[in-house]
Design a protein around this ligand. Structure first.
Ligand code: S3P
Length: 439
């Protein structure tokens, strides 16, 4: 539990840890090469540790040396059967991407996860993999534990996805790497494209076409990848919490360095700009095929907006913190077509609405939407349940920065899945947080 008090103002320069999605992929791609891949700026969170442990079990060597991570892999198709279960903990990315990556190699593995992950749907990956001929037996057809039996000489698939999910796309592309021929994957919206970019930076080939129905990716099978030196840019989803806090707390002026500015990840920035945020984008550059920049964020008076549906995928992890900003913006904020939030680490529509309602905010929600009416003042004084979801915990810690009375957050352990230094970093720029109590 942690008690969070109103802050005076937030100021200063801050660096935040590496991007979670890119970190998972750097480890997985390293494991798919023969030789040494080095990774600087890797996010050392629990979720990424799960991926490191998973590829170790599949035969790769992964160690930290002189401040950077080294991965020695066995090449595409080189994974060996793990001796133990692959425990994905809370990490959907570990589970779905590793399922795809091993599915076209003739090994078998058992995947397990924590309570939250065991309630999240895996049929979205099982279905396309079964089309290739991979055998997955899952609890009730979709849930962990899952036993996966990979196949040899897999034939590629031509798959049209019903969900906008970079995890599903990545699973199928990773499966396609060891298939005989061209894998075709169609998605309605371009979801985060780190897998495609990283594949290219590892010397692989993939072609993406924009069509009337969305985006089609073509991936040749049996490609050889070459080990690389990767530098991971900072995570825009983790940055969004500090961006929001600086926008809300009067007098704030912070600069966050080296944020990944990939187009498929900056929907949140586009929306807060529409709301009236004062954010400068400085020092733009490219690192390992990803654009990055420093963001200077100043306190701003925000107005409610209707979030364009075309931006939902590019800000899927930022809706909890956006709803906090909406609670203080002038007018109503409407978020539609957000049903995917129901299958995240918690049902994020319900988790956020419950907490905001407790704080006296006027919210409305349904299966795939949420509306928030802004108010002048948040009264505070509540105990908020995070539902053990890191992004819910961080969102309410931010809201508490501007509440009249302190807010207590039910737990903060979940934060270590994506941003272990969150509380320390937040204190560095002036946030007023009590000492953490063990739970
Ligand atoms: C991720 C994709 C997103 C996101 C998750 C990380 C990834 O999930 O919510 O935090 O690394 O591919 P979906 O692709 O399932 O939407």
């Amino acid at each position: 539990m942690i008690t969070v008090y109103k802050s005076k103002k937030l100021s200063g320069f801050i660096s935040i840890p590496g991007d979670k999605s890119i970190s998972h992929r750097a480890i997985i791609f390293g494991a798919l090469c023969v030789g040494r891949t080095t990774v600087r700026g890797l996010l050392e969170s629990e979720d990424v540790q799960r991926t490191i442990e998973a590829v170790r079990q599949l035969g790769a060597k992964v160690d930290k040396k002189d401040g950077k991570w080294e991965v020695y892999g066995f090449g595409v198709g080189g994974f060996t059967s793990p001796e133990n279960v692959i425990d994905c903990g809370n990490s959907g990315t570990t589970c779905r991407l590793i399922m795809g990556a091993i599915s076209t190699t003739p090994i078998s593995a058992i995947f397990v996860g924590d309570k939250s992950l065991s309630q999240r749907p895996m049929d979205r990956v099982i279905e396309p993999l079964s089309e290739i001929g991979v055998k997955c037996s899952a609890r009730n057809g979709s849930f962990l534990p899952i036993t996966l039996e990979g196949i040899s000489s897999a034939m590629p698939i031509d798959f049209v996805s019903k969900v906008d999910s970079a995890q599903v796309k990545s699973a199928i592309l990773l499966a396609g790497l060891n298939s005989r021929g061209t894998t075709k994957y169609v998605e309605r919206t371009l979801t985060r494209d780190h897998t495609e970019r990283m594949l290219i930076s590892f010397g692989g080939k993939i072609k993406t076409e924009k069509t009337a129905n969305g985006y089609t990716h073509y991936l040749e099978g049996l490609q050889e990848l070459k080990p690389q030196e990767i530098t991971v840019p900072s995570d825009p989803s983790s940055a969004s919490f500090f961006i929001a806090a600086a926008l809300m707390v009067e007098g704030s002026d912070i600069t966050i360095r080296n944020i990944c500015m990939n187009e498929t990840r900056i929907g949140f920035l586009k929306v807060v700009n529409k709301m009236g945020a004062r954010i400068e984008v400085n020092n733009k550059k490219t690192i390992c095929g990803e654009s990055v920049a420093d963001l200077r964020v100043k306190y701003s008076r925000l107005k409610g907006v209707k979030v364009p549906e075309s931006l939902v995928a590019s800000m899927i992890d930022e809706f909890p913190i956006l709803s906090v900003l909406a609670a203080l913006a002038e007018g109503k904020t409407e978020m539609n077509q957000i049903a995917e939030l129901k299958v995240k680490e918690s049902d994020r529509i319900v988790s956020m609405c419950k907490g905001l309602r407790q704080c006296g905010v006027d919210v409305n929600f349904g299966e795939d939407y949420m509306t928030v009416k802004g108010m002048k003042e948040i009264r505070g004084g509540q105990l908020i349940n995070t539902f053990n979801d890191h992004r819910i915990a961080m969102s309410f810690i931010c809201l508490a920065q501007v509440a009249q009375k302190p807010i207590t957050i039910s737990e903060t352990n979940s934060i270590s899945t994506s941003f272990p230094e969150f509380i320390e970093k937040f204190k560095e720029i002036g946030a007023n947080l009590s000492n953490q109590m063990n739970q």
